[in-house]
Design a protein around this ligand. Sequence first.
Ligand code: NAD
Length: 521
Amino acid sequence: TANTAGTASTGAIVRMSHNPISSPTDTPNFIDNEFLPSKATKWIPVCDPATNNLVTRVPQSTPEELSAAVVSAKKAFPAWRATSIIARQQILFRFTHLIKENWDRLAASITLEQGKTFKDARGDVLRGLQVAETACGITTQLPGEVLEVARDMETRSYREPLGVVAAICPFNFPAMIPLWCVPIAVVTGNTMILKPSERDPGAALILAELAREAGFPKGVFNIVHGSVDTVNFILDEPAIRAISFVGSNRAGEYIYARGSANGKRMQANLGAKNHAVLLPDADKEAALDAIVGAAFGAAGQRCMALSVLVTVGESSTYIPDLIEKARALVVSAGFEKNADVGPVISPESKARIESLIASAERDGATVVLDGRGFKPDNYPKGNFVAPTVITNVRTNMECYREEIFGPVLVCISVQTLEEAIQLLNANEYGNGACVFTTSGVSASYFQKNVEAGQVGINVPLPVPLPMFSFTGNKKSIAGGGANTFYGKPGLAFYTQQKMVTSLWRRDNVDTGKQVVMPSHL
Ligand code: NAD
């Protein structure tokens, strides 16, 4: 691969290879439409997961920098909410156009910092872009309702912006998750402070550069960095009215509780353990291809990755074929053209995944395909784990209970569809679930009875397109799933409802003091 290294105007290094960068540039904050170098004393290294070469350093933004972002977003809000919706829409149109023009650049930043294959990184950008494109339809999505509720009296509903809002993002979709939040929040008239994952902030910074170029005024979209200190600042800052969080349960349950206690509107999508149920009447080849792709694609680091396979009856005899398909996947660095599976995010993550595989062995499961210790040619220092398949798993084992977040598929066999559904519903997570079958009767029974936010029928990664909402069930979503991302609920999340009841003509109405509740009858 050619080294096309270069420094973008963001200061973030963007290049199309894993070659070492001689002098990595530190990641700046983005405040008031300016990329500002941080005065941080604490820095977090970001390394290319395929090589562990240093790519950039991310600041723990200082308290002054965090406050400056809030001042900027607060100052921008009155003029931005007063900007006509058509003008805001035009800027969003330009933003989506620029994302398309910079698609490869965004994807390259993702592959370099996050590790996923370049093709998959393009998909990361696309799924976020689609949310932004859908938000361009705001002029038909935002109108309220009106009804004449009594003679000459009417009630109208409005959706108004909240003010300053914030988003706290995970590492696994560096473009998609910021784009689940930013377009909807800003087109509805809010101003946004985004904290990307400290492990891969590059794509978010490119998005900020494109937002500025598209014409978003100063302060409408700001980026600050860091880990727990920045999150705590956001949770406690009175000016921030709503917070979107996507990430693990460990962080998210705390964030949801503290933000809610501070009176903020919260939405929080959390961890997962997604099951696929394979019935013996499924189209075997198509089902196995789908399961392998969804279990090992993105090295299993998707919240919708399939991490448990439940075989029903004789479909357990398909496992050897599944292993062959998994073994055939090419594990290599993300810019390598033939790579199917890239590295995992960090050496710590690799060690954690490998120790969970070891725990399965200790607990009496069988590691039938072992990806531990895998080193692809030319990348001996990367955080690689090759596809791993574990059978004879029981639900009390750590490898079943924990979200592994790596290319590991654990397999359990049961005898009936009913047993499979009971097993899924007993799991504390409820993000995604899918069934592979050619029977409409089985599929509809599964669909109706399974407790999961996203259900796939012969579809392994049923991530809803943005005209629907990304939801969740049980432990996979905080607050019982009342506030979900994008779609109609996403729009509702970033807007405050207002109901106006008006009466202009008084000649038809009884005058005088009414001390009983008006009934309008
Ligand atoms: P993470 O929880 O470690 O980090 C997410 C964000 O929280 C980051 O910005 C991080 O800085 C912050 N954070 C981390 N620990 C914190 C703490 N102790 N206190 C305060 N803030 C903290 O998650 P991750 O590893 O970046 O992402 C992977 C997780 O995200 C997986 O569990 C995955 O299932 C989940 N995820 C869920 C969805 C969904 O829609 N349900 C989508 C993508 C990822």
